[in-house]
Design a protein around this ligand. Sequence first.
Ligand code: ZN
Length: 139
Amino acid sequence: MNPCFFCDTTGGTILFNCDLYRIIFIDLETDYPGFIRIVLNKHVKEVSDLNDADALNLFKAVLASEKIIRNVYNPDKINVASLGNVTPHVHWHIIPRFIADKHYPNPIWGEITHPEYIPTKEIIAAKDKLIQQFINFTI
Ligand SMILES: [Zn+2]
């Protein structure tokens, strides 16, 4: 098997972990505090390769995580993406977005629209609240 970032690393700070998936905080995305990923804990390329129960549980985790992100960050928009073109291992990106953020309204991987953007101290500090929210994570 080819090297896989999500098989070879945790991918970030683990906020929650269970047999099926882990939820990780993306420490390296300093422009986007609150960016989390939900990563399947086994190497599977497509969600439709999972059985229905696992796919449903994974999607419930996406929904529950989106609600937590909304509660903690109060963003202008939530972006939920499952691409996997670079790393074909089932995972979702959940990203709180703000109208003034570096790429808004583009995807965070798109053209920069606000190069001067720096997240506020409040947004950066919300990481502690986010961690607390995932301590008792249930779906
Ligand atoms: Zn993998």
